[in-house]
Unconditional design. Sequence first.
Length: 230
Amino acid sequence: MTLIDHEFVQAPALSGLVELARDKLKSRRNLRELDCAATPRHTFADPALVVGSRLAVMDETLADHQAREHLLDETFGTARFEKTVERLRAGRRPAAHLALVAKEDDELVGTLRLWTVSAGDAPALLLGPLAVAKTHRSQGLGRGLMKEALARAEAAGHPAILLVGDPPYYAHFGFSRQHTRHLILPGPVDEARFLGLELEAGALREAKGLVRPVPAFSFLRPQESLPRAA
């Protein structure tokens, strides 16, 4: 059974951001008619979803750190720390309210983070990594996390999102190579996998040059328990 077979219902409000998102999107969303297949721009899921009675998408907390690291190691291995995009994440916090986890009961089975960057001179987010536990793959959970993240990013006023990933998969959400042709990542990358999405029309039209982390320096305190950026 895929996620779309479950009934999507709104969870109780978790923050002011959730309320903002609900007000902005409820007039054009029908959660029971969400299609987890091809997803045109601006038809993302409403924030703060509970999927069925056991599977929920929610904000990541420090208590999720160990389980999340285990999932990422299982999915990508330690080579994930050698990727070019890690240079844009190392020593930094994810963007506010854009570090998500999926849990079945109390078990963490999915994760997705977004990070603030500058696409040349244009403000943007960097998406990734997205990971789903082996036991929950091919059930639409990755798409559920993506819809949730894109909805929150749109509601918070972020104009654009960048990522490095599988073009056919991310094309379902509107990501395209055309938005990143004049942008450069700080290291080697398969250019065909460097994709962008405009949440505001024209947000990346004039974007060119180096993609940089914003802020440029670490702002984690040494005692905080987020030692690995990815």
